[in-house]
Design a protein around this ligand. Structure first.
Ligand code: ATP
Ligand code: MG
Ligand code: MG
Length: 387
C-alpha cells in the first residue's frame, strides 16, 4: 500500500524482506535486499542503498538503526549517515509497552494504571489484584500484536494459567478498563532536518472494534459526541508531540463510561485503523502521508478532511482453509446499493487462520445512506470465517 503511493509520488522504494514478499510483488526492483528485517547486516545493506529508512513494523533491531543514523554505514570506505524515521529512539521506546506508557504518563497524559512485574508467582498476582481488583491484564512488554502477548486474569482461578503465561517473558500488569468504546486517531508528524517539531496533523477519529483482541472493524464517523471526537484528536496530537521523528503514528485510546479518554498504545507507522484513509481521504491517505512526512514534502496547509460521509473497514482474516475467504471476496464484486462503494484490498499474503490477509472498505457519500446496512452482510461473512 505504501508502494502504490510511492508510484504516484515518483519515489523509489527499496524493500528489505524475504524474496517474493507482498511489497516486492508489486515493485520489481534490482535494489531490493532479500532477507530478514531482523538481520543487522541486511539492514546495513538496505541503508547503503537508501536516502532515508523507515519501518512498517516496530519489532526491529533499534541498535543497528541507531548506528546507521548516528555513526553511519560504510560505503566505499566512507561513512554514510542515513536518517531513520520515525526516530530509532521512538521505535525503541514504543517497543516496550510499559516504558512507552510511563513516558506518556510523565508527560501528563492519561494511561491505565500499570506496574512492572519482577517476579512471576502467585504472590505477585495477589499484589496486582490488591491494587487493581479483578479482572486485570498481564501484558508482555515487548513483541506483542493482535493481543497475542496479553492475558486477562478474571480471578484466582486463572492464576495457574497466568503463571504459565508469564514464564520467560518480561511482563507488566495493567488495570482492566471497562471502556464504552475504543477510538483511534492517526497523526502525521513533520520535523525539520534538525529534528525540531514543525507540526502535527490529526486524521479523523474512528471507532475500532476488536474480537478476541484482533481488530475486526474500523468505523468513521464514530458514534460519539462531537466534544469527545475533538478531544480524541487533540489528545492524539499531544501524544505524538512527545515523540521524535517524522511519519504517521496511530494512537489507540479507550473511551471510558464517564467520557474520559485513556491512551492504550501507539504504533509508529501506518496502521490498520488508518486503512480507511485510502478511500476516505484519497488525496492524503496514511500511506501517502508517511512518504510525504519522511521526505519532508508534506504540504503544511493539509486539513485531512474526509471526502466521504462514512467509511467502514473490515479486516479479512484467514479462515480454516486457504480459500475460506473466497466467498467474501466474491461478495465485493457484486452489485451494491446506490451510494455505497466497496473497495477490496488483498495483500498477496498466504492465508493462515486469523492472519490479516486483506481488508474491505465501504464508503458512502451521503449521511442519508444506510452504510451500516450495506456493511452487515460483509460483517456476517467475516464472522463466519472465524468459526
Ligand atoms: P495491537 O495489535 O493493537 O498491537 P496488542 O497485542 O499490542 O495489539 P493491546 O492493544 O494491548 O494489544 O490490547 C488488545 C486489545 O485488548 C485492546 O484493543 C482492547 O480491546 C483489549 N485491552 C487491552 N488492554 C486493556 C485494558 N487495560 N482494559 C480493557 N481492555 C483492554
Ligand atoms: Mg500493540
Ligand atoms: Mg493495540
Amino acid at each position: 500500500m505504501l508502494q502504490e503511493q510511492a508510484l504516484l509520488l515518483g519515489v523509489e522504494l527499496v524493500i528489505l524482506d524475504e524474496a517474493g514478499s507482498p511489497a516486492k510483488q508489486i515493485n520489481q526492483n534490482d535494489k531490493h535486499v532479500a532477507g530478514s528485517f531482523k538481520d543487522a547486516d541486511k539492514i546495513r545493506e538496505l541503508a547503503r542503498r537508501c536516502d532515508v529508512l523507515t519501518v512498517e513494523i516496530e519489532h526491529v533491531d533499534t541498535q543497528v538503526l541507531e548506528e546507521i543514523a548516528t555513526k553511519g554505514v560504510e560505503v566505499d570506505g566512507k561513512m554514510k549517515k542515513v536518517p531513520v524515521h520515525p526516530s530509532w529512539d521512538t521505535i525503541r521506546l514504543i517497543q516496550d509497552k510499559y516504558l512507552q506508557k510511563e513516558h506518556f504518563s510523565k508527560a501528563g497524559l492519561p494511561v491505565a494504571p500499570q506496574m512492572a512485574l519482577e517476579t512471576h508467582d502467585v504472590s505477585t498476582l495477589d499484589k496486582v489484584a490488591e491494587a487493581y481488583g479483578f479482572p486485570f491484564m498481564l501484558k508482555a512488554r515487548k513483541g506483542s500484536y493482535d493481543g497475542r502477548g496479553n492475558f486477562k486474569v478474571n480471578g484466582t482461578e486463572d492464576y495457574a494459567e497466568a503463571v504459565k503465561f508469564m514464564e520467560g517473558l518480561s511482563i507488566y500488569a495493567e488495570k482492566f478498563l471497562p471502556f464504552q468504546k475504543e477510538l483511534a486517531v492517526m497523526v502525521v508528524r513533520t520535523e525539520d532536518d534538525e529534528g525540531n517539531l514543525k507540526d502535527v496533523y490529526p486524521y479523523p477519529a474512528v471507532e475500532t472494534l476488536h474480537v478476541d483482541s484482533i481488530c475486526t472493524q474500523v468505523v468513521y464517523p464514530p458514534a460519539v459526541p462531537d466534544e469527545t471526537y475533538q478531544k480524541a484528536r487533540s489528545l492524539a496530537s499531544k501524544v505524538i508531540q512527545t515523540l521524535k521523528g517524522r511519519g504517521v503514528y496511530a494512537v489507540e485510546m479507550f473511551l471510558l463510561q464517564d467520557g474520559e479518554l485513556v491512551i492504550n498504545e501507539v504504533a509508529p507507522r501506518p496502521h490498520n485503523s488508518g486503512h480507511y484513509t485510502m478511500e476516505a481521504l484519497p488525496a492524503m491517505s496514511q500511506f501517502r502521508a508517511q512518504l510525504c512526512a519522511i521526505l519532508d514534502i508534506f504540504p503544511a496547509a493539509t486539513k485531512l478532511q474526509p471526502r466521504v460521509s462514512g467509511a467502514v473497514m473490515l479486516n479479512i482474516l484467514g479462515g480454516a482453509n486457504p480459500d475460506s475467504h473466497d466467498k467474501l471476496v466474491n461478495m465485493t464484486h457484486q452489485d451494491h446499493d446506490d451510494g455505497v462503494d466497496v473497495f477490496l484490498h488483498l495483500y498477496g499474503k498466504a492465508s493462515k487462520p486469523s492472519r490479516k490477509i486483506g481488508h474491505i472498505t465501504l464508503t458512502s457519500y451521503s449521511p442519508a445512506t444506510d452504510l451500516m446496512a450495506a456493511v452487515q452482510p460483509f460483517a456476517d461473512e467475516v464472522s463466519n470465517l472465524r468459526q
